[in-house]
Design a protein around this ligand. Structure first.
Ligand SMILES: Cc1cc2nc3c(=O)[nH]c(=O)nc-3n(C[C@H](O)[C@H](O)[C@H](O)COP(=O)(O)OP(=O)(O)OC[C@H]3O[C@@H](n4cnc5c(N)ncnc54)[C@H](O)[C@@H]3O)c2cc1C
Ligand code: SF4
Ligand code: SF4
Ligand code: SF4
Length: 496
């Protein structure tokens, strides 16, 4: 018997289980992910497949979800059998003919957004007379960093249009202007949602562009995780002391948003994406396409390292264009296996699973700490919650998490309805506890909180300047129907 064969003590089933465990080694899928993405978001179908395949999982009938009864190895088998998870690479990134890591060979384009691949492709297309116009997005000369979609007809303008603006751009309006101006062959650069609009206009039975057969559009899609509302995020940056007219580059990298006065230097300011979450365009919470799955050519930065691009050639013409642009010296390309595909898949999955949180309308209840305004929280006289016992025993109604904004001394409390049905007239009480005494109670009533909806409360911590952030904050919640459903003291200690 060779070492590869099952050991005598193992059943064939145990052998298969171990075999799949080995196959999944190194992946980040696990029981924790299954709980986070599928069970706690409320999209679990209660099929119990996860419990059926794993020896340390059983089906908890009371709670209606899988339960660990032993040590989880984190192998991810449960995650990979669940009918609700998305694990197939083509489902995550769309279909493509081939992929490359690419960057520009044109000296004026070096130092653009990432590898300058998009700009280089447009330069190549103009030089080769393959297009007579391109639709790109540039900065509004009158409003710093506001996007304006433009029709361009020269290589020089293509070079001026390089760089990313992380806001919705009305690119399709510019495309329709180009069509009306009778441009016949147009390169169109857009985010996945822009690309989807153009694809629909060409492909759907009632699509506007279906009947414009004299017009050909090459769709160059940008990878896209989020965009931000300029009317909300730019005033925030200005309040933070950033002079937008001096900003030369904005960049999102490894979960951080960076702003640069000098694109070659260090960022003037960096924020985590979580810090900027409240400025995110609401549409992006419902978006599931990271890699512009309907484009001819998709270009992004994740998966390719600094100053390079990850490129997917999806259509025949897209592939020919990349190959020819490389052959003619516009681009340097490395083959498909140079892409860090796991990084792309990881981000693509984060985006796909956002559809599961589509009902998680985030409500931000914030206090303007800078202007020292009164909190914008609806206050009502304190009413004692009725003494009714929760009828659902062990089932949790709410999950609560916290984060501290140390600069403004605000405790951000996220409250998520985990019960799976709408809670009505939810009374929330937040109060600081100092030894035996309560201080600064905040009370609010939420008329209805939907399943898996999250309410965010910004509770100001009254900590004197220079003192470490140390506090105990009691969070209580009750409803008319179920009485007190949550009570926990959150301990806030200084960061190590
Ligand atoms: C809103 C947004 C979010 C993004 N998020 C990610 C991400 O999460 N991960 C990732 O890997 N890449 C993301 N990208 C893509 C990345 O920023 C680069 O655009 C991409 O890597 C191409 O780099 P490049 O060096 O070839 O670009 P360049 O050669 O500099 O060309 C950039 C092109 O993008 C166009 N453009 C700029 N802003 C917009 C806009 N708002 N809408 C439409 N077109 C625009 C410009 O006109 C130019 O043609 C995002 C881009 C945008 C616009
Ligand atoms: S396999 Fe997925 S859908 Fe089925 S019970 Fe487990 S978590 Fe729920
Ligand atoms: S040991 Fe079981 S519960 Fe843990 S990840 Fe593997 S299959 Fe899932
Ligand atoms: S996240 Fe989606 S909706 Fe938002 S800008 Fe990107 S592609 Fe468009």
């Amino acid at each position: 018997m060779t070492e590869d064969k099952p050991k005598q003590t193992e059943t064939p089933y145990e052998y298969s289980f171990e075999y799949i465990q080995k196959k999944l080694e190194g992946k980040k899928d696990s029981f924790g992910m299954l709980m986070k993405e599928i069970v706690r978001t409320g999209i679990c179908t209660e099929c119990a497949t996860c419990a059926a395949v794993c020896p340390v999982l059983e089906w908890d009938e009371l709670v209606g979800q899988p339960k660990l009864i032993g040590k989880c190895t984190g192998c991810g088998i449960c995650y990979n059998q669940c009918p609700r998870t998305i694990t197939d690479p083509y489902q995550l990134m769309g279909e493509f003919k081939t992929g490359y890591v690419a960057n520009t060979n044109i000296p004026e384009v070096i130092g653009g957004q990432d590898g300058g691949t998009v700009t280089s492709l447009i330069c190549y297309l103009f030089d080769e007379h393959l297009i007579d116009a391109a639709v790109v997005t540039m900065k509004d000369p009158n409003k710093p960093w506001y996007p304006v979609a433009q029709i361009i007809t020269s290589k020089d303008d293509a070079i001026k249009s390089s760089g990313s603006i992380y806001s919705h751009s009305q690119t399709v309006e510019a495309l329709m202007d180009a069509v009306r101006e009778d441009f016949r062959s147009i390169a169109f650069v857009g985010t996945p949602c822009n690309i989807d609009a153009v694809s629909k206009m060409f492909d759907s039975p009632t699509g506007m562009l279906k009947y414009f057969m004299r017009c050909h559009v090459l769709k160059i899609g940008l990878f896209c995780m989020d965009s931000f509302a300029p009317e909300a995020i730019y005033p925030f940056f200005e309040k933070e002391g950033i002079d937008l007219s001096k900003v030369q580059k904005m960049d999102i990298n490894k979960g951080k948003f960076h702003l640069y006065y000098d694109p070659q230097g260090e960022p003037i300011k960096s924020y985590t994406i979580r810090q900027l979450d409240k400025f995110k365009s609401s549409s992006c919470n419902f978006c599931t396409d990271l890699t512009a799955e309907n484009a001819d050519i998709s270009v992004g930065s994740v998966g390719s390292g600094a100053n390079k691009n990850t490129v997917f050639a999806r259509s025949g013409i897209g592939t020919e264009i990349i190959e020819d642009a490389a052959e003619k010296g516009y681009l340097k390309v490395e083959p498909f296996n140079a892409i860090n595909l796991n990084a792309v898949l990881f981000l693509a999955k984060l985006k796909k699973v956002s559809q599961y949180t589509a009902r998680k309308r985030k409500v931000f209840i914030v206090r303007d700490a800078v202007k020292k305004e009164e909190p914008r929280i609806e206050t009502k006289p304190e009413v004692e919650a009725p003494d009714v016992k929760p009828p659902l025993g062990a089932r949790k109604f709410l999950s609560v998490s916290k984060s501290v904004n140390e600069e403004d001394k605000i405790l951000n409390i996220s409250l998520t309805n985990t019960i799976g049905f709408v809670l009505e007239d939810l009374k929330i009480r937040v109060v600081a506890v100092e030894e035996l005494f309560e201080k600064s109670p905040w009370i609010t009533t939420i008329t209805e909180i939907f399943p898996y909806e999250t309410i965010e409360i910004g509770y100001p911590l009254e900590i004197p300047d220079g003192e470490p952030i140390n506090a105990n904050v009691l969070v209580e919640a009750s409803t008319e129907a179920f009485g007190k459903i949550f009570s926990r003291t959150l301990k806030i200690t200084p960061k190590e």
